[in-house]
Write a protein that binds this ligand. Structure first.
Ligand SMILES: C=C(O[C@@H]1C=C(C(=O)O)C=C[C@H]1O)C(=O)O
Length: 404
């Protein structure tokens, strides 16, 4: 049941309303919602992880009674979820329905309480102050060193020149010890404030702030923000403008971007009656870099819910490459680690099937005592190993700075 509350303090301090060690968070531009507790939790793995989650969600909704007079995105019955990148990942995909959701959007604030069928005690949560003292983590290379990354990129360029693939996205990992009791809301606050145009998320230990929207479904409409092609911010205003201009006119980046946009259009076309991408990509300015970006919009033409749509679109050429199957097999060969939920869909779904799903980028997975961060770059003909390595360093910055 959702009720509206008149409390500006709640909206201002959303993060106080989620767990410090198991946060559930979805925030952009100061708006969004957080979850506390677990009314329901499911884990999936394998190639049918999306279809099983979508079916289970439909069954759960059918068996629920929802009272939602507020009726905004994120009110009523919602689940947070994070899906593994690969069907063969040993990391599970998790769907969690919180006991309590506290949210704020457009000046309205709400609280939803979700009581599981077994009639356990009514949930109550109290706001707890966020400990924002620096965690001072120190990152070291994980399974893939900088040298190993450069040589994997060189290898991938050879495979592209040999005609095996047109594009492949290669990632590397950084690890750090982290105290099991660390208040993860401190880094989340830094991410949400430092990257207001990104979607800041936390689901089952996966924490980050992504600039890329795989799909947003709201009352019969569909939107996506596709990114591919990146460059460093300039040191001066003139250099910064020149960097953005060079990016939007770069043939290499336009090609790399084109693969990603076409893969998204192909995935959504069967589910939409109209579907358009921005005619020419634009330069999206983030604090750490510029991205080449295209926004996609369409009208849903079938009864797909937002999990059906992420199933259709994942993995896009922005995080796998093109053609998909060949790119994935090169990733499996050249990346010496399991991506887990990095580059998989992360987001939320409500009882109408609406939802928002970011591509889990600029993120880290927190496990007991360890944190693993991931960043990758799209390799195409004309890529240079040292530049791709530098690009991954820029993409690590949000997480590295947040946990500093
Ligand atoms: C793979 C990542 O980012 C993706 C790759 C990009 C690129 O190669 O230019 C840009 C944005 C993302 O689609 C990452 O952040 O780890």
């Amino acid at each position: 049941m959702t009720v509206e509350v008149d409390s500006p303090a709640v909206a201002e301090h959303l993060l106080q309303h989620t767990s410090s060690t198991h946060p559930l968070v979805w925030i952009r531009r100061g708006e969004g919602f957080v979850g506390w507790g677990e009314a329901l939790r499911w884990e999936f793995s394998g190639p049918d992880r999306f279809t099983r989650a979508a079916t289970l969600w439909r069954e759960t909704v059918a068996a629920s009674t929802v009272t939602d007079p507020v009726s905004l995105p994120g009110t009523g019955l919602v689940a947070f979820a994070a899906f593994a990148f690969s069907p063969s990942s040993s990391r599970t995909s998790t769907l969690i329905v919180p006991r309590i959701v506290v949210g704020s959007r457009g000046g309205r604030t709400w609280v939803t309480t979700i009581d599981p069928a077994d009639g356990t005690d009514e949930a109550t949560a109290t706001a707890t102050p966020v400990d924002d003292s620096d965690l001072a983590l120190s990152f070291t290379p994980g399974a893939m060193s900088a040298d190993a990354y450069r040589s994997a990129v060189a290898d991938a360029i050879g495979r592209i020149e040999a005609g095996e693939v047109e594009k492949v996205v290669l990632a590397r990992d950084l690890v750090s010890p982290i105290s099991p009791g660390a208040d993860l809301r401190g880094p989340l606050a830094k991410l949400a404030m430092g990257y207001p145009d990104c979607w800041t998320f936390a689901v089952d230990g996966l924490i980050g702030s992504s600039p890329e929207m795989l799909v947003r479904v709201a009352s019969g409409t569909l939107q996506a923000r596709v990114l591919a092609g990146s460059t460093a911010r300039g040191a001066t205003a003139a250099e910064d403008t020149a960097a953005a201009l060079a990016l939007v006119t770069s043939e290499k980046d336009r090609d790399e971007h084109g693969f990603a946009v076409r893969s998204v259009l192909r995935a959504f076309a069967p589910h939409t009656s109209s579907l358009v991408a921005s005619e020419i990509p634009f330069a999206l300015k983030l604090p750490n870099l510029w991205h080449l970006a295209s926004d996609v919009e369409g009208c849903l033409a079938d009864s797909s819910n937002s999990i059906d749509l992420i199933d259709a679109a994942h993995p896009t050429a922005a995080v796998a490459g093109s053609p998909t199957a060949a790119a994935i097999s090169i990733i499996d060969e050249l990346e010496p680690f399991d991506r887990g939920r990095y580059a998989g869909p992360v987001g939320w779904i409500d009882e109408e099937g609406n939802g928002e799903w970011a591509v889990a980028l600029r993120c880290a997975q927190v496990d007991v005592g360890t944190l693993t961060a991931y960043a990758g770059a799209g390799i195409v003909a004309g890529s240079v190993p040292a530049s791709e390595l530098a690009e991954t360093a820029m993409k690590f910055r949000p997480v590295v700075d947040a946990f500093d």
